[in-house]
Design a protein around this ligand. Structure first.
Ligand code: CO
Length: 470
């Protein structure tokens, strides 16, 4: 990758490694994940997301594979997310299950990812829906989300899909009733897979009885498609049903209101992660939510920005310092100068120039004695090595005394690190470390800065400058 190309640019160019990295950030709830999603939001909304759910053993994976192959033959690009809440593994681990999907695994126009509970610090449903947003923004034509339709997480996941396919198998009996609770009402298409088995007619009859009892606000009558995925039977019928509903949805206002409903759910879910329910009540006036949801569904606003506005409004003190934007440098916090001895350095800076010596401190784990001399809003820090094998000792042996590092104060160290990392700058610290007084510090490698060791510092809120050598 070229250094100037940001992660966002690479995602928009459908670089699979960038897409995978973004999804990992989402799973890990990385500090820059919401900034990334914000940047991607205007680019999403073009792909069609198909949720495919059904009981374990219903043959969903085979169905997804066959559907993906059909789309590929049609020249479409495909993203697949396989969700398994029962698995402790995320990322590549589940893909072993998918080896059978020959012709897809090595296709550069197919992106496959499994997602599990582990590594999803903010919840599987949130992570999955956000991962779909990344695939959508990166331009995959069809995004297939495969889940076992049981838990609440999965109901949330499939609710967010544009089109929901529920997969049944002959002989399910009472299981149809079990599904009914969360998912049956919102299914757009039913599939009876393994339809060559005994009992397919009966399952279809039961399903029809169930469907007759309900009418949808958008007037759509969910079709029932019979398939035998393992033999590739009925897959084109399923694809045709998906396209039919996709067109229908575009033409009917009631179907669009479902989209607004989805956007509303999405927004409240994001908020729930950040705020207590009490705070949610404080932040929203009665009835304001549908208006925001309408703006999101019209793609005039993104939900991440709205969440931030709410958090500012209710003054969330715990708002994580590491989530601050990496806004511009506010000042040079200090200059670190390597000296053969503090006395030698003080001869010029204190005795000659007239700066005041505020403090001398030994920082054991850095192997350094530090003399601090305030100079207006900044400081000069004289650094004397406590031994030859210390960082400053090695610096002195290599270059002799002189300017060692420049420390700049920024509003958010982690956000700044992420920004630099995305642009290919080499970091010494990938995440901020704790400095004195609750400050956060990190170093940038001289290789990337034109030969200057650069230190970043973020003040703890309510504190003045960190009074130490970082
Ligand atoms: Co320093």
């Amino acid at each position: 990758m070229s250094a100037a190309e940001s992660l966002v640019d690479r995602i928009l160019a459908r670089d699979p490694r960038a897409v995978a990295r973004a999804i990992t950030k989402i799973e890990d709830n990385a500090p820059d994940a919401s900034r990334l999603l914000k940047a991607l939001f205007p680019h999403a909304g073009r792909g069609v997301t198909v949720g495919i759910t059904g009981a374990p053993g219903a043959g969903k994976s085979s169905l997804v594979d066959r559907l993906a192959l059909l789309y590929r033959n049609d020249g479409k690009t495909i993203g697949i997310i396989a969700v398994d809440p029962s698995s402790p593994f995320s990322g590549g681990a589940l893909l072993g299950d998918r080896i059978r999907m020959q012709g897809l695994a090595n296709d550069p126009n197919v992106f496959i990812r499994s997602m599990a509970t582990r590594g999803n610090l903010g919840g599987l449903a949130r992570a999955t829906v956000d991962a779909v947003a990344v695939l959508d923004a990166s331009g995959y034509d069809r995004i297939l989300v495969e889940t076992v339709g049981v838990g609440q997480d999965e109901v949330e996941i499939v609710k967010a899909a544009d089109i929901l396919v529920v997969v049944l198998v002959p002989g399910m009996g009472d299981d149809i009733q079990a599904f009914k609770a969360g998912i049956m009402e919102i299914a757009d298409i039913f599939v009876i897979n393994k339809a060559d088995r005994e009992g397919a007619d009966r399952t279809e009859r039961e399903l029809l009885t169930l469907l007759e009892m309900s009418t949808r606000p958008d007037g759509w009558q969910p079709p029932i498609v019979r398939t035998v995925a393992t033999q590739n039977h009925g897959i084109s019928d399923l694809a045709a049903a998906i396209e039919r509903y996709s067109e229908y949805r575009g033409d009917h206002a009631a179907a669009n209101s479902r989209r607004a409903k989805i956007a509303e759910n999405r927004l409240t879910e994001l908020l729930r992660e950040k705020l207590l329910d009490r705070v949610v009540k404080e932040a929203f006036s009665e009835g304001s939510l549908p208006g925001l949801a309408a703006a999101i569904s019209a793609r005039q606003q993104d939900p991440y920005t709205i969440v931030e506005q709410v958090m500012r409004k209710v003054h969330i003190d715990e708002y994580d310092a590491s989530e601050k934007d990496g806004s511009p440098v506010s000042r040079i916090e200090h200059l670190g100068v390597a000296v053969t001895s503090l006395d030698e350095g003080l001869r010029f800076w204190r005795d000659g120039l007239g700066l005041e010596l505020a403090d001398v401190e030994v920082v054991e784990d850095q192997g350094v004695r530090v003399a601090m001399l305030p100079a207006g809003a900044s400081r000069i820090e004289l650094l004397e090595a406590t031994g030859a094998e210390t960082p400053v000792g090695k610096f002195l042996a290599k270059y002799g005394p002189g300017l060692h590092h420049v420390c700049v104060e920024v509003a958010g160290v982690n956000a700044t690190l992420d920004r630099l990392s995305e642009r290919g700058f080499r970091l010494i610290d990938k995440r901020a470390r704790r400095g004195a007084g609750g400050s956060l510090v990190a170093f940038i490698h001289p290789e990337s800065t034109g030969g200057v060791l650069v230190e970043l510092v973020e003040r703890a809120s309510g504190h003045h400058a960190a009074q130490e050598h970082c």
